[in-house]
Ligand binder design. Structure first.
Ligand SMILES: [Zn+2]
Length: 447
């Protein structure tokens, strides 16, 4: 049994939102009780104590859309590439990298993504993977890394026809095998969606195969209308808009499916997303970085669409994403009084509701019976602080690196800014060797 205490406790539980000197009692994988530190210590005198050192104890963060395949890209420049638009960004960088990823390359991408997420207080990642250099078994390799380190994950593989029929078939197979494996495990730590890259690299025939292979087992996770090219492709080749195309194919839209980006959609497409209960996931920094536009998230909220927040692996810091969401939406709307509630709803409520479709235990809340996923932020307020204004303190006063301790599924994975029973230096040394191999192939030189 563990007690996490000596901090301000923000629970995100409307029944008991804030305790000035709060404590969380953890037994096994679950939160057992929430109370004042004095009460909990008196009631459970033998529990191990995790000292929050006066910081803010809160539910672990969920990243609803990321890409492990980009894990070795930090600091990389590919010679001769100066991508002028979104398609060139994909061709020059991401597809170029993923064509060179072997199984070891994928594994080496997974470690820094998982470790950096945990360092930033992220306890669940929803990943959308591609490694066209080697496909069969990659989701199982990623799953092994997630289990070894101890992060909660929902995984899928990006089906795409960009590298020919054999790779297309392998990517469908990888999703299907992994989704069936995950369903049989019945384990809240690892779940699966059925991935697809984007409409413009998937034919109707392949979509139909994906639907048949999935056979209703799980939801789909697909990029939609991230760039205008995706819209033009649907109009030119299918005489309809992207969401109309997915609707016509059938078996894809629905409450367990999550569509990435959704920047260039018509009102009628948004209505279809709302009517089918399909989820969207917004990635504000990535969208700005790729100069693809601003997703109409405020309109999505007006229409009652379930919008989540991800990073697209631009960062693993969800609080940075929250800040950028606020400024891009305000800048885009030309209004300084919008997007506050939407951003925090996406990150703290909608991401948890999305994972509730894939996990039995509640996430994103500190309450008895919820999964014991908790982070502790180093933060000492100098103005009034409570559950009433936590979002303001968070947006303007905290960042992912404020996180000092991360607990996932009842296990202390990262404590006082050190990984527990994980040899980070040894992992980094191995990852560095793999990144040298990858970079060497991409740039035809020795690192
Ligand atoms: Zn993405």
């Amino acid at each position: 049994m563990l007690i996490v205490g000596n901090g301000k406790l923000i629970t995100r539980d409307p029944a008991n939102p804030y305790l000035v000197d709060g404590a969380v009692v953890i037994e096994g994988e679950l939160i057992k009780e929430v109370g004042t530190l004095a009460d909990m210590k008196a009631k459970y005198p033998n529990a191990e104590f995790v000292d929050a050192q006066g910081g803010v104890i809160m539910p672990g963060l969920i990243n609803a859309h990321t890409h492990i395949y980009s894990g070795l890209a930090r600091g990389l420049s590919i010679a001769g590439k100066n991508s002028r638009n979104f398609i060139e960004v994909l061709e020059d960088t991401w597809w170029n990298i993923d064509r060179h990823l072997t199984m070891d390359g994928t594994k080496a991408c997974a470690y820094p993504t998982v470790l950096d997420s945990i360092r930033n207080g992220v306890t669940t990642i929803v990943d959308h993977h591609a490694s066209f250099g080697e496909i069969p078994g990659t989701l199982f390799t990623i799953k092994d890394v997630c289990q070894e380190i101890g992060i909660r994950a929902n995984l899928c593989y990006e089906v795409s026809e960009r590298d020919g029929e054999v790779k297309t078939a392998e990517s469908i197979q990888e999703n299907a095998e992994f989704a069936r494996w995950a369903a049989a495990q019945n384990d809240d730590m690892i779940s699966a969606m059925f991935g697809g890259h984007a409409l413009f690299t998937i034919s109707n025939k392949t979509f139909e195969k994906m639907v048949a292979e999935n056979n209703g087992l799980t939801g789909f996770h697909i990029h939609v209308a991230e760039g205008l090219n995706d819209v033009y492709d649907s109009l030119n080749h299918h005489m309809c808009y992207p969401i109309e195309r997915l609707e016509r194919i059938g078996g894809i839209l629905g409450p367990k499916t999550m569509l990435g980006h959704c920047i260039h959609l018509t009102d009628s497409e948004l209505d279809t997303i709302a009517a089918t209960g399909t989820m969207c996931v917004n990635n504000p920094e990535s969208n700005m970085g790729n100069a693809v536009g601003c997703s109409p998230v405020l309109k999505m909220f007006e229409k009652g669409i379930h919008v989540c927040m991800g990073t697209d692996a631009y960062t693993h810091d969800m609080l940075e994403s929250l800040k950028v969401f606020l400024v891009i939406q305000r800048h885009n709307a030309g209004k300084p009084n919008v997007a506050w509630g939407e951003g925090t709803t996406m990150l703290f409520q909608n991401n948890a509701k999305m994972m509730a479709k894939y996990c039995k235990k509640p996430l994103g809340i500190i309450a008895p019976g919820a999964a014991a996923d908790i982070c502790v932020m180093d933060y000492k307020p100098f103005t009034p602080f409570s559950d009433e204004n936590i979002d303001g303190h968070m947006i303007f006063g905290m960042m992912g690196r404020s996180n000092r301790t991360t607990i996932i599924n009842g296990k202390v994975i990262y404590k006082d800014r050190e990984f527990v029973n994980i040899d980070e230096d040894a992992i980094n040394a191995w990852t560095l060797e793999q990144s040298k191999k990858l970079w060497g192939e991409l740039n035809n030189r020795v690192y």
